[in-house]
Design a protein. Structure first.
Length: 158
């Protein structure tokens, strides 16, 4: 599991339109990287829309946001379009990035065990260091929560 104080792992992923995004680009500004299980599900939609609804507040704090799940480029593009998401969605179809961050875990539903994404968010500072890690987050009001946490973290660095 990646924890606070560690450098962000190196990775490259495709976004919803097939462009490559590298974690090395996270070294110039504060970044939020949030892992979610699946496009268009109720919890993931609530989480994405909560972050979307705080776009202006994130912009004022000069934060770049990336959502990441195992879904395809096509699925991400549809999800982004359907909910007018103003941030980039990254494809992790082989869950390699989720494994790097330690959020590809065994889960259980109705007694059935399976592997999947543990809904988690990482705030990365402008030096490329994990400033905070939030594991098993609640999707509702997640954007509001992140704004509060960013305010604490950014004020502590200035």
């Amino acid at each position: 599991m990646i924890t606070q104080g560690q450098p962000v792992p190196e990775f490259t992923a495709k976004n919803e339109v097939g462009e490559s995004i590298s974690s090395s680009s996270f070294h110039d500004a504060w970044t939020i990287l949030y892992f979610y299980p699946k496009d268009e599900t109720s919890g993931c939609t609530a989480q994405a829309c909560s972050i979307r609804d705080n776009t202006e507040a994130f912009s004022k704090r000069t934060v770049t946001i990336y959502g990441i799940s195992p879904d395809s480029e096509k699925s991400h593009l549809k999800f982004k379009t359907n909910h007018q998401l103003p941030f980039t969605l990254l494809v992790d179809s082989e869950h390699q990035i989720a494994e790097l961050f330690g959020v590809w875990v065994e889960k259980s539903m109705y007694g059935k065990k399976y592997m999947g994404i543990e809904r988690s968010t990482f705030i990365i500072d402008a030096k490329g260091t994990i400033a905070a890690a939030y594991i098993n987050v609640k999707p509702e009001n997640h954007g509001d929560f992140l704004i509060q946490e960013l305010d604490k973290l950014q004020s502590a660095t200035f």
